[in-house]
Design a protein around this ligand. Structure first.
Ligand SMILES: Nc1ncnc2c1ncn2[C@@H]1O[C@H](COP(=O)(O)OP(=O)(O)OP(=O)(O)O)[C@@H](O)[C@H]1O
Length: 681
C-alpha cells in the first residue's frame, strides 16, 4: 500500500518544527509529511491529500496566499504538551498566574483549555500587549512566548509549543484510510506518551512516600516527643514517644484535631497560640518542657516535648565533668523534695546553718535524706566553690578509714602508695568534709578525729609533718549517739565538738503528704513516662516505710523495671514490701556484714543498669565503677562474688564479651538488699 501524504501549515517556524516532530513520531511510518511555516513563506501552489493547519489563526492568516488543491483540509486543535502538565499542577494553589501569548484570542482559548484540562487550582490572568503591570502576579506561563513577559515577574514557566490533540490525530488517521490495526497502533503511541508521564508522576510519588517514611522513621527514633499541627489545628506528625506519653496509638491521632487528642486546654492553648518559646507542664505526673516553633512559611507549628529527666541527665554529665576536675556537691536545696511544713522548716533552718562555719550534726532515721542535706548545705555555704568530700565511715575498716581520712607517708605499710597519699582532710582543704554514719567509727578513730578538730591540723599516718587544715565538718548518723555515750562506745567530748549545730530530719511517716511528690520526682528522674495506679498510691500512703525515702525509691525503681505498659499497678509491688525488717531474711543466705550487703547490692545494681541500657556488664566495668563508690573491688574479687551470685540464681554469666545478666530473682534480691541496707543497724 502506497503511503498517504500530508502537508502541515504552521504560523511560525518553531511551531512547524515541534508539530512536524509530533506527526513524524506518531504517523511517520504510514504517512508522508511535508511542512511550511507562514514566517518562512509558503509555495504558490499547495497540492496534497491532506492539508493540516496548526491552528485557526494559521488557517485564517494564510488561506489567501496560495492556490490550494487538497482532498481534505483539517484545522488542528492543540493541547498542552503532557510533560508540562506536571509543572502547571505544581503551581501553589490560589496563585494568580499571567498567561502570556502573542495573540489575545489564542490567549483566551489557552486559558479555556487549561480550565477544561482541570488545571483550575490557580487563577489565570490574560496577558494584553502594552499592559506591563499586573498587581499581585508573581508567576507567568507562556507557550514559547516568554520574551513577551513583563520583566518584574520572578517565575516564568515555558510550556513550549502545544501539540495536536488526540482528536486531530484521529481525524488525520481516518482521512488517510489506514486500516484498523494501524490506527489503533497510532492511538497507542499517543497514549504511551501520556502513560510515560503517569509513570514519572508515580515515580515521584513513590520517592515522596519513601522520603516521608524515612522521615517518620527518624522522627520515631528521637527521644523527645514530636508533634506537628497544620493551620487548621490538625495533627500531621505525632511520634511514638509522644504516643507513649499520651497513651494513644499514632495511627489513631494523625489527621485528628489536636484538641480531640490532647485534652488539656493549657497545653493545646500553648501549642496553638503560645507566646513563649517553651513552657513546663505535667502530663500524668511526668514533667516535660514543651518547646514550640511556628513555621510561618509552611503554616505549621512544631512542638517538641522534652523530658525533664533529660535535663537531669545533661546536668549529671556536667556535674561528672566538674567532679573529675575537683570534688563538688551533686545536690542543692532544690533537689530536696518536701512541701510538708516540718520539711519546709528544716530546709529553712539548714540554709541558715549553712552560712555559719560551725560543725553540723545531722540526725535522722536511715534513708531520710541526711546526705542530701549535707550536699545542699555545702552548696549553700560560703565554701560552695571549694571541695566537698563525703565518706561513709561504716563501709571501711578502722585502718582503711584512718588512712582515707588522714593520709599516710611513703613506706608506712606494705602496699602503701609511693610518695604517700593525701587524706580526705587534706584534699578537702578550705571546703567541707561529710562523715556519714559517724556513729559507727571506732574509739581509736574517734580520738584521732577529736585531735584533728581541736588542733585544726593533721599529721599523716607514719609522718611527723604537721599540716594545718581549714575544713568544715558535717557529720550524720541514724544512731542514738547519746545512748552510745551512755554505754561508752562514743566519746562525749567528740559529740559536743560535732554537735555544735544540730539538724534533725523527720522520717517519712511523719510527713506522708510528701509521698505523692516524691513518687512523681522519682519517676520523672527515671525518665520513664508512666502513671501510678490510685490503689498503689493509697497503699504507699499507708505503709510504714522503715527505710524511708531510700526504700520508697528502690520500691519504685523495682516497680518501674517490672511493670508492663505505661501504668504501675499493685501487681508490680515487690512481694517483700513491708517485710524488709522482718523475718524474710531467712529466705536468703544471711549476709555476714553490712559491707557484704553493700557489695552485693552494688554489683547487682550495676548489672541491672547495664542490662537496661543493653550493655554488657563485664568484671572490668563493675570494678572500674566500684572505684567511684564506697565499695572498691578488683576484677578478681568481682569474679568470686559473681560465682556465688550465680550459684544462688541471681545472675547468669555470659561467655566472652556477652557479660553478666541479672535474673528476675536477682532483681527481687537486689530490692531486698536495698531495703535491708536501709534498716540495717
Ligand atoms: N527529700 C528528698 N527528696 C528527694 N530525694 C530524697 C529526699 N530524701 C532522700 N532522698 C533520696 O533517698 C535516698 C537516700 O537519701 P540519703 O542517702 O541522703 O539518706 P541518708 O539519710 O543519708 O541515709 P543513711 O542514713 O542510710 O546514710 C537518696 O537516693 C536520696 O537522693
Amino acid at each position: 500500500m502506497s503511503k498517504s501524504s500530508l502537508t502541515l501549515i504552521a504560523g511560525s517556524e518553531k511551531t512547524k518544527h515541534a508539530l512536524q516532530e509530533q506527526l513524524e513520531q506518531l504517523l511517520g511510518d504510514f504517512v508522508h509529511i511535508k511542512s511550511h511555516a507562514a514566517d518562512e513563506g509558503i509555495p504558490q501552489t499547495l497540492e496534497d491529500t491532506i492539508i493540516l493547519y496548526s491552528s485557526d489563526t494559521a488557517y485564517t492568516r494564510t488561506k489567501g496566499m496560495y492556490s490550494l488543491n487538497a482532498k481534505k483540509i483539517i484545522v488542528g486543535k492543540r493541547t498542552v504538551h503532557h510533560e508540562y502538565i506536571d509543572k502547571l499542577l505544581r503551581i501553589p494553589e490560589g496563585s494568580a498566574v499571567l498567561l502570556v501569548n502573542d495573540d489575545d484570542d489564542a490567549t483566551n482559548r489557552l486559558i479555556e483549555s487549561f480550565y477544561q484540562l482541570g488545571i483550575d487550582h490557580v487563577q489565570f490572568i490574560p496577558f494584553r500587549k502594552g499592559n506591563l503591570f499586573y498587581e499581585d502576579v508573581q508567576i507567568a506561563v507562556s507557550p514559547g512566548e516568554t520574551h513577551l513577559c513583563p520583566s518584574y515577574i520572578k517565575e516564568v514557566i515555558d510550556i513550549g509549543v502545544r501539540l495536536f490533540d488526540m482528536t486531530t490525530i484521529l481525524e488525520v488517521v481516518e482521512c488517510c484510510g489506514l486500516n484498523k490495526d494501524i490506527s489503533s497502533k497510532i492511538s497507542e503511541r499517543y497514549i504511551s506518551n501520556i502513560i510515560e508521564l503517569q509513570r514519572k508522576l508515580l515515580d515521584a510519588e513513590r520517592d515522596a512516600k519513601q522520603m516521608s517514611e524515612h522521615i517518620q522513621n527518624v522522627v520515631g527514633t528521637v527521644d523527645d516527643g514530636i508533634l506537628v499541627v497544620n493551620q487548621e489545628g490538625r495533627i500531621t506528625v505525632f511520634n511514638p514517644r509522644l504516643a507513649a506519653l499520651f497513651h494513644v496509638v499514632v495511627q489513631d491521632v494523625v489527621n485528628k484535631d489536636i484538641e480531640h487528642v490532647i485534652n488539656c486546654r493549657d497545653i493545646t492553648d500553648f501549642i496553638l497560640n503560645g507566646k513563649d518559646e517553651s513552657k513546663y507542664f505535667e502530663i500524668d505526673g511526668v514533667g516535660v518542657v514543651i518547646f514550640r516553633l511556628q513555621m510561618t512559611k509552611e503554616n505549621t507549628i512544631v512542638a517538641t516535648f522534652k523530658s525533664v529527666h533529660q535535663a537531669f541527665e545533661i546536668e549529671k554529665t556536667a556535674q561528672r565533668e566538674m567532679r573529675n576536675k575537683g570534688f563538688h556537691t551533686k545536690y542543692g536545696f532544690n533537689d530536696i523534695i518536701g512541701e510538708h511544713a516540718v520539711m519546709k522548716e528544716r530546709k529553712r533552718i539548714a540554709k541558715k546553718l549553712a552560712l555559719s562555719e560551725h560543725p553540723i550534726l545531722i540526725q535522722g532515721e536511715t534513708g531520710t535524706g541526711k546526705e542530701l542535706f549535707a550536699h545542699a548545705i555545702h552548696q549553700h555555704s560560703l565554701r560552695k566553690n571549694r571541695p566537698f568530700l563525703a565518706v561513709n565511715c561504716s563501709a571501711l575498716t578502722e585502718s582503711l578509714l584512718e588512712s582515707e581520712l588522714f593520709g599516710y607517708e611513703e613506706g608506712t605499710f606494705t602496699g602503701a602508695q609511693k610518695g604517700g597519699k593525701k587524706g580526705l582532710f587534706e584534699l578537702a582543704d578550705n571546703g567541707t568534709i561529710f562523715l556519714d554514719e559517724i556513729g559507727d567509727i571506732s574509739l581509736t578513730v574517734q580520738s584521732h578525729l577529736l585531735r584533728v578538730l581541736q588542733e585544726g591540723e593533721i599529721r599523716r599516718i607514719g609522718g611527723g609533718r604537721i599540716i594545718p587544715i581549714n575544713v568544715r565538718v558535717i557529720t550524720a548518723t541514724n544512731k542514738d549517739l547519746q545512748g552510745k555515750i551512755r554505754d561508752g562506745s562514743f566519746r562525749s567530748d567528740l559529740f559536743y565538738r560535732l554537735n555544735v549545730l544540730n539538724l534533725c530530719i523527720p522520717p517519712l511517716i511523719e510527713r506522708r503528704a510528701d509521698i505523692p511528690l516524691l513518687i512523681k520526682h522519682i519517676i520523672t528522674k527515671s525518665g520513664k513516662w508512666v502513671k501510678v495506679e490510685q490503689n498503689v498510691l493509697e497503699y504507699f500512703m499507708q505503709y510504714e516505710w522503715p527505710g524511708n525515702i531510700r526504700e520508697l525509691k528502690s520500691t519504685i525503681d523495682y516497680m518501674l523495671t517490672v511493670c508492663e505498659g505505661n501504668v504501675v499497678t499493685k501487681r508490680d509491688l515487690p512481694s517483700m514490701l513491708g517485710q524488709a525488717g522482718g523475718s524474710v531474711a531467712s529466705e536468703y543466705t544471711e549476709c555476714e556484714s553490712m559491707l557484704e550487703i553493700r557489695e552485693r547490692a552494688f554489683i547487682l545494681e550495676i548489672i541491672m543498669q547495664c542490662n537496661e541500657k543493653g550493655k554488657a556488664a563485664s568484671r572490668e566495668l563493675i570494678s572500674s565503677q566500684s572505684k567511684e563508690s564506697d565499695v572498691v573491688l578488683s576484677p578478681q574479687q568481682i569474679r568470686r562474688r559473681l560465682d556465688i551470685l550465680e550459684s544462688e540464681g541471681f545472675v547468669v554469666k555470659g561467655r566472652g564479651r556477652a557479660g553478666t545478666k541479672i535474673t528476675a530473682a536477682g532483681m527481687e534480691y537486689l530490692y531486698f538488699l536495698k531495703s535491708k541496707r536501709a534498716v540495717y543497724s
